[in-house]
Ligand binder design. Structure first.
Ligand SMILES: *Cc1c(COP(=O)(O)O)cnc(C)c1O
Length: 394
């Protein structure tokens, strides 16, 4: 047999961490990397954060799991906090981002069904979006690498150019019941939507009674310097999917909705065995204790500006770098070369980053980074760039 015990769907790199401490990861031999990937925007408190670790340890010793058939004071407590902090009136807890999106899509579908418009089943989505790896969420994107070999996929989605309001307006017909968008595209290349686009989608949704769904799985939970990215746009969704950072590394997600949007989600329409179990809720509660603090959010904004300024100063020194974009500590370094090759190369210089579409290197540090880590990151990226051989122009 030649297949590995792990299904070979990832091109796993040579880094094999066994331990983390703050903003650093270590392998078994003690080699150290500065972690500007954070498990792809997950470990927002870094590694081994005492408050998160203690909360999980305490809950693990008390009660790890009970079924959603029973009452859950742990879920209610976290939900009440998120209701108080957001537009939402209600929520469903999941184990991942894709599941949060599945719930968001089902909530939008059930809304149109409940108000007597089951024919409004179609959802507008946008080019280069990433919403997960389930069959519905790969149907929601035009990214060929995600869809290839899985077609035919459900044709419930119409993929339109991102940030093009006129295209969205033109696409609304009798079959459209919802719009799904990342306020800041992550995987697609750290592309913040323009304010006019999100505001325009809100007004389009209002005019046609469409559900506006925000996918804040990557850009949400303090990453951009506000608890959710849409707060900076002054635009409120009807439904929002979150995950990644909310558990600080524990697998958890949620679909948040207004009372109106969730009116079709009655007993029996959805469920999850693990979703929102007490251990997951302990992690969420501990993360919120820290990141929902306005002083913490202001620090994320300040550090994001500081990192961006340091990167902007570095860029002219290296022909490989084009520009920096993004919001808060969700930054993208646009390259004039293949970003995957550079991310691989930069690992050898002791820094972990993540490649994204459009030849962008994602910089997604733990939100607890300090000035020394910002300086070290820029030094390492600079050293990596100096040693990187740009391919000859064709
Ligand atoms: C990561 C991601 C998802 C999928 O989350 P999983 O936990 O991997 O299922 C969905 N949407 C966005 C924007 C993401 O970044």
């Amino acid at each position: 047999m030649t297949i590995s015990p792990l299904m070979p769907v990832y091109a796993r790199c040579e880094v094999a961490p066994v331990r983390g401490e703050g903003c650093y990861l270590f392998d078994a031999a003690g080699q150290r990397w500065l972690d500007f990937a954070s498990g792809i925007a997950v470990n927002l408190l870094g590694h081994g954060h005492p408050h998160l670790t203690a909360a999980i340890q305490r809950q693990a010793a008390t009660l790890i799991h009970v079924s959603n058939l029973y009452g859950s004071p742990q879920q209610t407590a976290v939900a009440e906090r998120l209701v108080a902090l957001t537009f939402a009136d209600t929520m469903f807890f999941t184990n991942s981002g894709a599941e949060a999106l599945e719930c968001a899509i089902k909530t939008a579908r059930r809304y149109q069904y409940a108000v007597g418009h089951p024919e409004k089943f179609r959802i507008l989505t946008f080019s280069s979006a990433f919403h997960g790896r389930t069959l519905a969420t790969i149907a929601a994107t035009d990214q060929e690498k995600l869809r290839s070999g899985f077609e035919p996929l459900p044709d419930w989605f119409r993929v339109l150019p991102f940030d093009d309001l006129a295209a969205a307006e033109a696409a609304v017909d009798e079959s459209v019941g919802a719009i799904l968008v990342e306020p800041v595209q992550g995987e697609g290349g750290i592309r913040p939507a323009s304010p006019g686009f999100l505001k325009g989608l809100r007004s389009l949704a209002d005019r046609h009674d469409l559900m506006l769904i925000f996918d804040e799985v990557q850009c949400g939970v303090a990453r951009t310097g506000t608890l959710f990215a849409h707060e900076q746009y002054g635009v409120v969704p009807d439904i929002m999917a979150i995950a990644k950072g909310i558990g600080g590394g524990f697998p958890v997600g949620a679909c948040l909705a207004t009372e109106k949007a969730a009116q079709g989600m009655v007993v029996g329409t959805h469920g999850s065995t693990y979703g929102g179990n007490p251990l997951a809720m302990a992690a969420c509660g501990a993360v919120l204790d820290i990141v929902a603090d306005p002083a913490f959010l202001a620090e994320v904004q300040r550090k994001g500006e500081r990192l961006r300024a340091a990167l902007e100063q570095m860029i002219p020194n290296h022909p490989i770098f084009d520009h920096v974009r993004g919001l808060g500590l969700m930054l993208g370094l646009k390259l004039r070369a293949d970003s995957r090759a550079f991310v691989n190369h930069a690992r050898g210089h002791g820094i972990l980053t993540v490649a994204a579409g459009d030849n962008v290197v994602r910089l997604l540090p733990p939100l607890v980074i300090g000035e020394p880590e910002i300086r070290e990151a820029v030094e390492k990226l600079s050293a990596a760039a100096a040693a990187f051989h740009l391919p000859e122009a064709a």
